[in-house]
Design a protein around this ligand. Sequence first.
Ligand SMILES: [Zn+2]
Length: 264
Amino acid sequence: MKYRKEVLIIGISTLVLSSLGISLILKKDQDIEKTGFITFWFDDGMQTTFDIAYPLLRRNDWPAVVAMIGDRSSAIEKYEGVDGVMSWEEASILQDKDGWEISNHSLTHSHLNEITDQGILEKEISKPLEIFKAKDLDVQSFTFPYGEQGRLPGQEIVKKGHPYWRSSIPGVNSVPAWKHLTAYFFNNDTTEEELEAWIMEAEEGGWLILGLHSTLRKPVTEWEHTPKQLRKLIKRIRESKLEVVIPSYMYDTYGYAEDNVPPQ
Ligand SMILES: [Zn+2]
């Protein structure tokens, strides 16, 4: 009995010590004064975003954004040979369990700038909102596919159904930000110098949105990053003066900058 008791005490002490160690490490990161903001924004709803990126971010209690293509069969077809796509159930877990934001990434991920038929354009932008609603996903933003802006008719439809949206115009957002959010993309060819420049700019009181795609051990195109690159990025952000946020937090806290429209 005595032996068991000692083992138990040693076990508990080890547990207490190791949890103290963990909280000391966390405390160290939390002690860094935060002077800017960052959002991780994953496009296309890829399976590896759920399987690899999500657990890595979760360890830091960081939510993110995932832009889902409304018609999942189009998504499966588009990314065949690159990555799988996450299920609606997995998107719900991200939203309900860890506070991720789900973004509308159009119905079929088509080139909105090339669609001249108003009805088709409307369907591409607005139809997914019905799909998200049926799945109990609360969608606020629109994420333009291919970095296009949908020209003026597309912009008008997006504005009607979404309080804010993101294109691929490069840039750090101001705080408060305008409804049209800009982003930099973190790919396998992003250099350390580029990342440092973005972080430094955001640390001056800005809001950096990092667009990301699949997390693949062997990237197929320049758009994906490796798990190693993502882990390194997370470590760098932990040590930075940037607070990890989601857009709804930024708008709820700081409102909109009505006069701060990015260049079209
Ligand atoms: Zn996309």
